[in-house]
Design a protein around this ligand. Sequence first.
Ligand code: RIB
Ligand code: CA
Length: 309
Amino acid sequence: MPRSIIIDCDPGVDDAIALLLAIAQPSALNILGITTVAGNVPLNYTSQNALKICALTKVDIPIYAGCPRPILRPLSTAAHVHGATGLQGTKLPEPKATLMVQHAVAFLIDTLQQATEPITLATLGPLTNIAVALIQAPQITQKIDHIIAMGGAITHGNVTPAAEFNIYVDPHAAQIVFGAGIPIKLITLDTTHQVLTTSKHLDAFRQLNTPVGIAAADLLSHYGTSDIERYGMPGAPLHDPCVIAHLLQPELFTFRPTYTTVDTISPENLGRTVIDWWGQTDKTPNVEVAASVNTPGIYELLIESLGTL
Ligand code: RIB
Ligand code: CA
């Protein structure tokens, strides 16, 4: 029985690869809808990019545009990282479908309230849509199986020394979600920085010799150059596909229960995830944080899955 999920994302190249991975596994994942949020690039681009990725796969999944800015902070995009439209380096097909009329937050609330079985939320961007849905309809927590999110950092940030991008863009939303009493698994930079797309992987995507494989290789070839330069990595970290890979093959990861909060006050630490990794507080754990990852297994899953599209 496939797991019912909603994917909230801000495509963004790694979001795009994550969407392709999820779409490639219909027997495991029943994607009820894709919701988009402002993050890597403004909302109009994240929404159009989600439509283009679905058009590439010829799979018709309803896409709902969500919040165009964080709850309190002004929007700070990573466009300088991903380029103006958020998907650079390849010519994607023009969307055939159009965005659903319903707002993503309304879709989240309605779908969860009407669900007969709990739904898993896979979040790949800032948590604005999820937080606003929780504010508007707190009872939806009863219908969320769990949230699996890419975000945060045990140690160093990637946007500031303290903060990872998804949490930094909307730290107030993250604080609301982490404090809602929902089971949460968080895959932080400390894990995704072990999942690096090297030239060997790019060759494997391109050797699929399919429109999806070639597009993935093109997108990833132009992705993450600032991380490669800053960290001296052999390849760019593939953040968001880790979320979907965990849903497909949980054994690729281990997690540790932690008490996690978000700094929403300090200018230097705004958006920092304060993760009690060593159990130094007497607080009850509220977030399971990824502790290890099987990187070769991630790429085997990715290449095999994208090869079916
Ligand atoms: O920090 C990495 C995260 O920020 C990824 O989800 C990437 O797509 C951007 O949203
Ligand atoms: Ca993302």
